[in-house]
Design a protein around this ligand. Structure first.
Ligand SMILES: [Zn+2]
Ligand SMILES: [Zn+2]
Length: 335
C-alpha cells in the first residue's frame, strides 16, 4: 500500500512529505484513511519539543476523522468503510487497574498518538480498536476533528463536575475555550466567558456565553467573588489566581486544562473556609469520548475552524503559532 505522511525530521523545522512504511497491521489495530485532521496547539508543542518528550522523525496530527481502511484480526467495534475519529491517545495496555475500570486515559502505558507513534498528518493512521471512535451520523466529519482532543478536554470536566443549574466560568476564549463555552451552554449552565481580548466579546456571546468579563486586571474578577460553581481555565499564561479562586462559590472548583508552565499559588485558607477545590485533567476515557461525540451531534456542537489543504501544513503551523487562528485549524487531506 502507498502510504505518505508529512514528517518532522527534527525540532522546529518545516515538515516534509515522505513515503512511509507502516509495516504489517497489528491484530488489535485499525487502519484509518485520513480525510481531515485538526491542528492542535499540542502538535506545535511536540514539533518544537517544548515538553522535552518529542521523538523524531515525528508524524504529528491527533484530531483525525476518516474511514476505516483495514482492521486487524482481533479488532472490535468498527468495520471497514465506517466513519471514525482518533484523538490524543492511540492505545493503552488494556489490563491495568485504570484500563480495567474504564479510565484508559490514565493508564501508565497510554500511547499518545504523536509521541513515539505515527499521527494523522498522513494518508493513513493506525490505532488500537478501543481508541478508534465511530462518528455519529449527524456529526459533520469535516469539522469534527478538534472535538477528539480539544473537545473532550473541556467536555470531561463539565461531565464530571457541572450541573445544568451551575454558574460556570470559562477562562480564555481560544481553541479550547470557545468549545467549552459551546458545550457549557448546550449543557444548560449559566456561562461566563473570561477573555483578555475585547474583540472576542461578541463572538463569545455568539458561542452561547450569557456574560463576558475582561480577564485583564483583577477588578472585574474580584467583583464576582463567591459566584461560580465551576471555573475551567484553558489559558497557558499566569492569571491573578487568588482573584480567580476568590470568584468561586462555596464548594466551587477551579479546574485547569490549560498547560500553564508556572506553578499556580493556592492559599490554603481560601480553599478550607469555603470548601473549594483546585483540580486538573487530561483528555478523557474512550467511554467519555463516545459520550462527548454523541452529545455534540445531538446539540450540534462543532468547533469554529479555519481550513487548510494538508499540503499547506507548514503555513497552517505558522498560522497557529501567530495566535490569529479563529478558533481551530483543520487540515483537509490532499495527497
Ligand atoms: Zn490536542
Ligand atoms: Zn492500562
Amino acid at each position: 500500500m502507498n502510504h505518505k505522511a508529512w514528517v518532522a525530521k527534527t525540532a522546529k523545522q518545516p515538515m516534509v512529505l515522505e513515503d512511509i512504511d507502516l509495516g504489517p497491521l497489528g491484530s488489535e489495530d485499525v487502519e484509518v484513511a485520513v480525510e481531515h485532521c485538526g491542528l492542535c496547539h499540542s502538535d506545535l508543542s511536540v514539533l518544537n519539543n517544548d515538553w522535552g518528550i518529542s521523538n523524531y522523525p515525528a508524524i504529528l496530527g491527533h484530531e483525525v476523522t476518516g474511514r476505516v481502511a483495514a482492521t486487524g484480526s482481533n479488532a472490535k467495534g468498527v468495520a471497514v468503510g465506517q466513519r471514525v475519529g482518533i484523538g490524543w491517545n492511540s492505545g493503552s495496555d488494556m489490563h491495568c487497574p485504570q484500563c480495567m475500570s474504564g479510565n484508559h486515559h490514565l493508564c501508565p502505558h497510554v500511547q499518545p498518538t504523536i509521541v513515539g507513534h505515527r499521527g494523522g498528518f498522513a494518508t493513513h493512521i493506525r490505532a488500537h480498536w478501543a481508541w478508534v471512535f465511530p462518528l455519529p451520523e449527524k456529526l459533520n466529519v469535516a469539522e469534527a476533528g478538534p472535538l477528539l482532543c480539544g473537545g473532550i478536554t473541556i467536555f470531561a470536566p463539565l461531565a464530571m463536575y457541572a450541573k445544568p443549574t451551575d454558574r460556570v466560568g470559562i477562562i480564555g476564549i481560544g481553541g479550547l475555550g470557545h468549545m467549552a463555552v459551546k458545550f457549557a451552554a448546550a449543557y444548560g449552565c449559566d456561562v461566563t466567558a473570561f477573555t483578555s481580548s475585547e474583540s472576542k466579546f461578541d463572538e463569545a456571546k455568539g458561542f452561547g456565553a450569557n456574560h463576558v468579563v475582561s480577564s485583564r486586571g483583577a477588578d472585574a474578577v474580584r467583583k464576582l467573588a463567591g459566584s461560580f460553581d465551576l471555573l475551567i481555565s484553558t489559558v497557558n499564561v499566569k492569571l491573578d489566581w487568588d482573584a480567580m479562586i476568590g470568584a468561586l462559590a462555596p464548594n466551587g472548583r477551579l479546574h485547569v486544562v490549560g498547560a500553564v508552565l508556572e506553578p499556580i499559588p493556592v492559599a490554603a485558607f481560601s480553599l478550607i473556609a469555603q470548601q473549594r477545590s483546585v483540580s486538573g485533567s487530561p483528555t478523557g476515557s474512550p467511554a467519555a469520548i463516545a459520550t462527548m461525540l454523541d452529545f455534540a451531534a445531538r446539540h450540534n456542537v462543532t468547533p469554529q475552524n479555519e481550513h487548510f489543504p494538508m499540503s499547506k501544513i507548514n503555513e497552517a503551523f505558522a498560522r497557529l503559532e501567530s495566535g490569529k487562528a479563529r478558533y481551530r485549524i483543520v487540515l483537509d487531506a490532499d495527497f
